[in-house]
Design a protein around this ligand. Structure first.
Ligand code: PLP
Length: 306
């Protein structure tokens, strides 16, 4: 990751090193925050934020779920205000491909009662580059011993800071075992998703992905890939996916803002299909990249130029 120059904090652009919080910040101690990850792509018409409105809507929904009022630095922010703040922060920095807005309880409080604790919003831009090393061999997964947190343990469909502890544990487990990523099962043993990615399989001529009730985050790239796959003529089903279906699939790939579309060629040391990146994920990935980089006019509404 490369740092940038300016961070947006409660309505002001401050130098990177000045964007600080107190050690007793509620969110630091209890995870009481909501965040987003958004990509910025270079297009023939200049830099564009990919699906900004959808990301901001999910952030605002997360605030509602957490009971956080979007009042930062004494001002109430609408979704449109947050979108504008994201674009302003991208414009204020020279080399950006990823933006991370974060709304968090910043009050210096001990105790689990969040009522009345003030909130802050930061918007940080970085240059991330590829999240997983690009490889012609595809990505290697393990099945994590950690389960995807259940809807009964918290709002699985929102990007809540504290919920990411499980993803960090699963990712560490994968890296320790020489893999790039981990797939997590839900509490009934169905395939849910990866640590920061949704998962798709291609089997018997159909694209399958776990449905939203399987305790997944409803990824924005998941939605983009479902639309692209259908437009390319594939049948796509959002359903329950079993571990048997996963390891016997012809192709597997992950989607996410950070990974974009990443083909998986091995899970727990077993080859997926013939162990090479397959034609379906290649075709969808190519179309996705055209859409994100402004080369597919039919998906032009997904881009917000800064
Ligand atoms: C747990 C989890 N699942 C899936 C995704 C993919 O979501 P998106 O495509 O919106 O980045 C993410 C990334 O934000 C995530 O953190």
């Amino acid at each position: 990751m490369e740092k940038t120059e300016k961070i947006w904090l409660d309505g002001r652009l401050v130098d990177w090193r000045d964007a600080r919080v107190h050690v007793l910040t509620h969110a630091l101690n209890y995870g009481t925050g909501v965040f987003e990850g958004i990509r910025v792509y270079q297009t023939p018409r200049g830099p564009a934020v990919f699906r900004l409105k959808d990301h901001v809507r999910r952030l605002m929904d997360g605030c509602r779920v957490m009971g956080i009022d979007p009042v930062f630095g004494g001002e109430r922010y609408s979704a449109a205000d947050v979108e504008e703040a994201v674009k302003e922060t991208v414009r204020a920095n020279s080399k950006v491909d990823y933006v991370k807005p974060c709304v968090f309880l910043n009050g210096e409080e001990v105790g689990l009662n969040p009522v009345g604790v003030p909130a802050s919003m930061s918007i940080t831009c970085i240059f991330m580059g590829p999240y997983l090393s690009p490889s012609e061999d595809g990505q290697k997964l393990i099945t994590s011993s950690w389960h995807r947190p259940d809807n009964l343990c918290g709002p699985a469909g929102a990007k809540i800071n504290g919920a990411y502890v499980t993803s960090c544990l699963a990712k560490r487990e994968a890296v320790r075992q020489g893999a790039n990523e981990a797939v997590m099962l839900n509490s009934v043993g169905h395939v849910a998703e990866c640590t920061g990615e949704n998962i798709f399989i291609y089997k018997n001529g159909k694209v399958l992905t776990p449905q939203s009730s399987e305790c997944i985050l409803e990824g924005i790239n998941r939605a983009s890939v479902i639309k692209i796959a259908r437009d390319l003529g594939y049948e796509v089903e959002e359903t329950e996916v079993t571990r048997t279906q996963l390891i016997s699939a012809d192709e597997v790939w992950m989607t996410g803002t950070a990974v974009e579309v990443a083909a998986v060629t091995s899970i727990d040391g077993r080859a997926i299909g013939d162990g090479r990146i397959g034609p379906v994920s290649r075709e969808i990935h190519a179309k996705f990249h055209d859409a994100a980089c402004g080369r597919a006019p039919e998906y032009g509404s997904w881009l917000d130029y800064v």
